[in-house]
Design a protein around this ligand. Structure first.
Ligand SMILES: CC(C)(COP(=O)(O)OP(=O)(O)OC[C@H]1O[C@@H](n2cnc3c(N)ncnc32)[C@H](O)[C@@H]1OP(=O)(O)O)[C@@H](O)C(=O)NCCC(=O)NCCS
Length: 195
């Protein structure tokens, strides 16, 4: 396996609530038991996934990472994971994280357009924070654009707090955009803490 140092032990997850994007609309009989949600798993990214990852990246970001950046993340051994939905047998999201010297740095977390608002990003975050804890990280850091309200909501509700600002960190159409630096303490897995 190239890249991720964690052994391939994919974790499966089932969406906990009805997701219109993936099930094609609400059930006709509202009294009927809810349809089971879509099943997905998080598995280590492989180089063979990169074209699919790039397709999602280019759909989802105005200033996407290049193929080379993704490939380098794999090759240097960052923790690179994909979300694969059982129904579609395709890459529906990915996460890239580095863990070193007691700190995890979430570098990329992306869910494809048609898989959003189903709780996958929140589950992905839980998956990545668990890995970070296993690797003895005590804190997770990440940067986010102030204009990225969806991501800010996700991270704030997952317990991240603003700890700094990186001036002119991101490219933007009218020059550069600052990044908000967010951090979250990671309690040891044994504490029984959630996320
Ligand atoms: C941000 C992103 C990863 C969220 O993915 P997602 O799978 O749709 O997120 P979830 O369904 O797990 O939502 C978790 C929470 O995030 C917040 N959220 C997600 N999308 C949101 C939106 N469009 N507007 C406001 N809040 C949003 C909500 O708090 C949500 O909880 P709720 O559904 O209980 O209200 C996704 O929009 C994405 O890939 N965006 C492009 C890439 C990106 O910006 N990544 C972050 C880089 S720092």
């Amino acid at each position: 396996m190239i890249g991720c140092r964690r052994p391939a032990a994919p974790t499966a997850a089932r969406a906990s609530r009805f997701c219109p994007h993936l099930t094609g609309g609400p059930p006709a009989n509202v009294n009927a038991l809810p349809e089971p949600g879509p099943i997905g798993l998080f598995r280590p990214m492989r180089e063979a996934d990169l074209p699919a990852v790039m397709a999602v990246e280019e759909r989802c970001y105005e200033f996407p990472w290049s193929f080379g950046v993704h490939r380098d993340c794999l090759r240097v051994g960052y923790s690179c994971w994909v979300l694969q939905l059982e129904q579609q047998q395709r890459v529906a999201g990915y996460g890239v994280m580095s863990v070193a010297a007691g700190e995890a740095h979430l570098l990329n977390l992306c869910v494809d357009l048609d898989a959003r608002r189903c709780g996958w990003a929140r589950r992905f975050l839980t998956h990545l924070t668990d890995i970070a804890r296993e690797r003895h990280a005590g804190v997770m850091l990440l940067e986010v654009r102030p204009s990225n309200q969806a991501a800010l909501q996700l991270y704030e509700t997952a317990g991240f707090s603003e700890v700094g600002l990186r001036r002119g960190y991101y490219p933007a159409h009218n020059g550069r955009e600052d990044a908000i630096l967010l951090a979250r303490d990671l309690l040891p897995l044994t504490s029984g803490a959630g996320l």
